[in-house]
Every structure is written in C-alpha cells, then in structure tokens.
Write a protein that binds this ligand. Structure first.
Ligand code: GLY
Length: 390
C-alpha cells in the first residue's frame, strides 16, 4: 500500500510555504499552483535526464490549471551551473513574456533547482518559484530553504555556489514516484544527506530528533536497493530537520541557538574531495570522479573521526557512523588520496579564496553538531586519515 502524502510547513513569516511529499505530488500543480502564484505563465526548467512522462505530467498539470508554458530542458553539470546558463534562461523567460506575477518551475535535481531558483530571484528583480525536486538529495535538502545560485569560474578554480540569492519557493512538491527512475548511485547520494541530517537532528529538533540517525540507518539499505516503501516518511522526516534549521537561521547569520551552517556537516572535507577529479568511490576508475553525495559520505566519516580526535565522539559512535555509511553502499574510505597534510592545506586554501577562516562542522555524539573555528591541525589530519589519506 502506498504511504499517504505528507505536508511539512516551512514557517518563515510572510515567506512561509509548504512541502508536499508523496507519490503523485507533481499532479498537485493543478489545483495548488494557482493558489500560490497570481500569474498565469510559467517557465518550466526541467532536467534533461528526466523521463518525458515526468515532464509531461508537470506540464499537463500546469496547462490544465490555465498556465501558458515555455519549457527548457537542462543537462545538469557543475560546469554549466553558470551565469551563462542563467543568462540564457533569463532570455527564455523574457521571450515567454513572464511578468512579475508569473512562475519558474524547477523540475529536477539540486543543480536544476539552484539555477531555476536563481533565475526566478533575478528575473524582473524576482518572480515566483516552485520547486519540484526529482532526486532524493534535492527532496531532503536543496529544494527546501531558499538557497539558489550558480558556480563561478575564476582562473583554474570552480568556486561552488559563489553567486546566488536567498529566494524562498512558493511551494515544494516532492513526488517520490519520480525516484523510481533514479539511478541507484543517485539514491545513495541522497542517503548521504539523510545520514547527515540524522547526525544533526537533536540539535535541530531536540528529543524528537533522537532516533533519526538510527531509523535512517535501518531503512537506508532498503531505499538504496530501490525499495521505496518508506520513501515518503524518509523525505518527510528529513525535511523536518531542514525546516527546523532554516527556521532558526534562514540566512546563515549564525546568531541564534542553531546555525544553518550545521547543514554543512561533512561538506568542508567533501568540497576538497570533489576537487580531486580522479578519485573513484569504489576503486573502479570508470566511476571517478566522486559524486557530491559520495564526497559528503566520506566527509561525514572524516568529520566524525576529527571529532573523535577532539574527544567529542566515542569510539562506538564513530564505528556506528562508519557502519551506517557503508551499509547503504556509500564509500567510507577511498584509494589514491593525496597525503593528509596536502588535503588539510587545500581545505585552508579554499577558505582563503573566499576570504574566511576555516570553520568545520563537528558532530558531538550522534545527533548533535557544532561549528568549530580553526580546529586543531592534528584532528583535521586524523579526519583525512580515517578515509584513506596517507
Ligand atoms: N544545503 C545547505 C543549506 O541549505 O544551507
């Protein structure tokens, strides 16, 4: 039997909205889109890899609700997550004569959502955006919370998400039926962000988040193998974590009890790993480079080991995290990494480029996390060695 649909409210005052989660949620564009969007024209930005039937479903739902449509298929890549792509989509919006009351629909994974969101934030100084994520990663993380943007190439470096805006969607429709056509590698990558949420869930939700890591580790292997029985509950429970963090610190100002930066647990290690083009998650050169979620998975293992070296994480907890990451088929260590000292240096370099000090998110036992400014070098090295660096 199919799980019932779930609705998660994102409470942000006059920028509040709902995340509707469940099989068939996309069809709700008919009925709900006109409630949250005053205009009647839409630019659909759809992932080129999606089956046509998913795009047609969204288009039909909007058309039958009275929207005039222009659709653009976008092949998502970090290289093309660029201002050039934004520019050409802005031209599409102008050609389709979108006005300030109209809407951009982001239909796809995190890259498509980030680009579509930024187009919406900048076209005519801001039009509406509806996010319809079709990957697990985008459902539990990227589509919720209003971060939009693109990468910037400066010389040799691709600076991720360097240009963007906070631009909250009017609604998020997470149709878990779209996960049926998602390649297993993408499902695993989404589970990396879920395990990350499990590791911060007590900080975000208090006692209500106490069992999330354990529950995610339990259902994770089934999801990784394509059994979507618990997909709606999985997405709903993880959106709840994201919602709580975003509500506490919408613009990552780090002023209150909970900092939005904790959502970056594992990501400081991951960004360095993603810059190493030839590292493979499974030892097979054909699978290189690491996908974002794979790098995050390794980042979780590394951050956990770093916390262990700082006396903040017990041996059994470190083993539990490693076990959970491995049990969903994500890498816990990889071959061919540079020396730990070089990797630590790259971490600091990245921060220098963006003009900041090194801030790493460190788990404090399972479920809690904190921002650590300039962690001890020896602990950072321990983190890198835990995932295979020499
Ligand atoms: N994905 C991190 C954030 O939304 O803040």
């Amino acid at each position: 039997m199919r799980e019932p649909m779930r609705v998660a409210p994102i409470e942000l005052g006059d920028r509040s909205y709902e995340v509707v989660i469940g099989a068939g949620a996309l069809a709700l564009l008919h009925g709900r889109a006109q409630l949250v969007v005053p205009g009647r024209r839409a630019l659909v930005v759809a992932d080129a890899g999606l089956p046509d039937r998913v795009v047609t479903l969204a288009e039909d739902a909007l058309r039958s609700a009275g929207f005039g449509l222009a659709t653009r298929r976008l092949a998502p890549s970090e290289e093309d997550k660029s201002l050039e792509t934004v520019r050409s989509l802005l031209e599409d919006a102008a050609r389709a004569r979108l006005d300030r009351h109209d809407v951009v629909l982001g239909l796809g994974g995190g890259i498509v959502g980030d680009v579509a969101g930024f187009v919406a934030a900048s076209y005519r100084r801001g039009v509406h955006v509806i996010q319809a994520p079709t990957t697990l990663l985008a459902m539990v993380d990227a589509s919720v919370g209003g971060k939009t943007g693109v990468n910037l190439r400066v010389g040799e470096r691709l600076l991720k998400n360097m240009v963007g805006a906070f631009w909250q969607p009017r609604m998020v429709l997470a149709d878990v039926a779209t996960l049926e056509s998602l390649p297993p590698r993408h499902l695993r990558c989404g589970l990396a962000e879920c395990l990350k949420h499990g590791l911060i869930a007590r900080t975000a939700l208090g006692d209500a988040g106490a069992d999330l890591f354990g529950w995610t580790a339990e259902v994770g292997p089934g999801i990784a193998s394509g059994d979507l029985t618990h997909a709606t509950e999985l997405v709903a429970r993880h959106v709840e974590v994201k919602a709580a963090v975003v509500r506490a610190d919408e613009r990552e100002e780090d002023a209150g009890r909970v900092s939005r930066a904790i959502l970056n647990l594992g990501h400081t290690f991951a960004h360095v790993l993603e810059g190493l083009g030839d590292v493979s998650p499974d030892g097979d050169a054909a699978s290189a480079p690491l996908a974002h979620g794979e790098a995050v998975a390794l980042g979780l293992v590394a951050a956990t080991a770093m916390s262990g070296a700082m006396g903040e994480m017990a041996g059994a907890e470190i083993a539990e995290v490693r076990g959970a990451v491995g049990s969903v088929g994500l890498p816990v260590s990889v071959e061919g990494l540079p020396r730990a000292e070089d990797l630590a240096e790259r971490m600091r370099d990245d921060k220098k480029v963006v003009g900041g000090t090194l801030r790493v998110i460190a788990p404090r036992g399972i479920g809690r996390a904190a921002v650590v400014v300039d962690p001890p070098e020896s602990a950072v090295l321990e983190g890198w060695r835990a995932i295979g660096a020499g």
